[in-house]
Design a binder for this molecule. Sequence first.
Ligand code: TRP
Ligand code: ZN
Length: 863
Amino acid sequence: MTESVAQAAAQAAPGAAPGAVYLADYRAPSHWVDEVHLTFRLAPGATRVRARIRFRPNPEAPGPFRLDGEGLTLIGAAIDGRPVSPDVDARGLTCAVPDAPFTWEAEVEIAPEANTALEGLYMSKGMYCTQCEAEGFRKITFYPDRPDVMAPFTVRIEADTPVMLSNGDPVAQGAGWAEWHDPWPKPAYLFALVAGDLVAVSDRFTTASGREVALNVWVRPGDEGKCDYALDALKRSMRWDEEVYGREYDLSVFNIVAVDDFNMGAMENKGLNIFNSRYVLASPQTATDRDYEMIEGIIAHEYFHNWTGNRITCRDWFQLCLKEGLTVFRDQQFTGEMRSHAVKRIDDVLLLRARQFREDNGPLAHPVRPENYIEINNFYTATVYEKGAEVIGMLKRLVGDDGYRRALDLYFARHDGEAATIEDWLTVFEDATGRDLSQFKRWYAQAGTPRLEVSEEYRDGRFTLHLRQHTPPTPGQPEKHPQVIPVAVGLLNPNGDEVVPTTILEMTEAEQSFTFEGLAARPVPSILRGFSAPVILERRTTPEERAFLLAHDTDPFNKWEAGRQLAKDVLVDMVTRDAEPGGAYLDALERMLRDDTLDPAFRALALRLPGEDDMAQTLHDAGTTPDPDAIHAARRRLEARVAQHLRGVLPGLYEAMNLPGPYTPDAKAAGCRALRQAALTLITRLDDGATAARQVASADNMTEELGALGCLLSVGNGAGGEALSAFYRRWRHDRLVIDKWFSLQIAQAMPDRAAEIARDLTRHPDFDWKNPNRFRALFGALATHPAGFHRADGAAYDLLADWLIRLDPVNPQTTARMTTAFETIGRYDADRQDLMRAALGRIAAAPGLSRDTSEMVGRILGG
Ligand code: TRP
Ligand code: ZN
């Protein structure tokens, strides 16, 4: 890397906050760990943890001996067998130690039963489990809780539970105890322990080199029937990583545990992945197609971490995207292969725009590799994960498939067993391909979404694209520099044939032009094919040209994108000028829908109208203050117009997509159901829910039951009330289905009713607010109902603020995450901004507010 670029990229850290940690301050640890022995005597109110740890001074970074530790009662400590009295403070301890290798022993007491934050050792429905990433291990014992300290672990568990699990391979077990040994050196954040009354659904896997691996999915008794899909996804993931990345599994057992109380999706602990039960348990009657796809993707994601995250881990938490961006990229590739690359790409871009662009365009914008943080848990973000994956996709596009494979092989060969950095990662690409990536590195350092302006010129067979990039300022980064942008372009001639197939234009300057010669007529360009870079394309064009691309583009992403842009243009006109949708859009939609050569899943996506939050951002970008009610009304009106226009096609399509035979979760069947649902949504605008009501009554799977119920509720005027009650009575004993019941009635509420419905639901006996899934089911639904959340009197802001204040002392991590509901504050009118600021101010003023939440609120308020 050249100095100047690295420096330009590492611009001013935003307002250095007290307690912040800086990337630039990284120092190697003063002591390495050679071996860890842990003994747990589990009891809900008083668990004893004994640690015996071999330490060795690091001659390259000599310094005092300090261990992290929070909320631990120290019973006793010894060094080389002699009792010592360390200095314990709120965040750890210091102790005088020999200037040579030594054995540290400590016994601490903790109370898993009282741990509602779900970090460290806690209990979920009588079961013990752990969550250590990022800094939860320090709530279990005193330790250098940082990812660059890696060691093999031996763990003994003593408990009165039938099942006791930890990382690695089982060593021995007896009545009331079990021992595990993990030979692979790992950082503490990958430690895990589970104990409880669990049952396993098991299988086996033989690796490419012949290792026999026992696979188990552990669940609470009663859930055994819902594990088959997760197990199947696991086996497919294991095979795929061997075939595509040459990566094999490295232990004799792979355990997955499902727990109900979990702050995030899942966790890649070595040999013992722990999952939010919603991403494991599935049956056709209780899980939707979307659930199945998420399970497949998350099982793969956590499994893939075994190499990208565990065997090669991160030097420090600033490097989080090293494991997360890469592992997301890998799980995206996997899902594309299992299902449809085109559909997966569209889904991923929808998610990227909805979450990452939103983040990048607001007060929480930060680089893929942040340069400082107060609470690292707040940086498990769409930027680190999703934009981190996009950056890897761009790298692959730039160096080609072979270059990518060579670079990855080198990465695994060179860094196995190490804690690596983004510099290591990029160097591997430079060494394997000979490419200079110093400018490319800006993608890791510069926050914000680049805008790519395109204009064209055609003369005498020469077609020129003029490209211009600029990135708006983000907090702490007022000035931006040009980035390397791979722009995939293809050209079509006026009769729809492709005259120039996909070519990658490598943009490196602020302004650059690219010329294509020898064309017979002015071509229609298809720009940013496959969404080749995470940028916002700004190009004025006509509805006719968009309709032309929707009909003829050979690139499935851009084909979809053309329809999407058409719909957005139409919606903008409907919101701002009260216009009626034009014929170009409606006719193009109909042609596309009638085209049976197109994958139903693709057609379903093309039929889905842009969401309200997307429209709010689009209007804001175009300089218009979004009115959430007007957007909601316009979108509703467009749905009705589209339905009217397509009324001749919809019933036939709805029938044609009705598959005979029992439910199967495969992508093909799911695609048909998605198209059938898209048709039903429109039919509902024509028949006030008559078809949906029939489907609610006849559905034999959750995808169709929930889809129809949502349509019925969307009619309003109390329609669907009885069906909603019946749904509750039928499913009240299934917590994952009841989460859907909470969400759906808020998601489908009329804007002026959403907050009241949410408030009433907080009084429902099943509103177990300490359970993150239930809390998110309710408030996540409210926060993602733009017209409901942004109601003009601020009632929804206040309701959410009240509950975030209540949740914060119980579970800071989930509270902090949910404050992102307010990250779009800058888009709205002054009155709404005042109301949001008042709600955030109340949260900020709550006594004893957690570090997690105060960092988030401070950043949103621009502090
Ligand atoms: N590393 C996990 C993943 O991406 C996510 C994770 C980070 C997490 N922190 C967590 C999960 C806390 C649960 C709780 O797969
Ligand atoms: Zn991950």
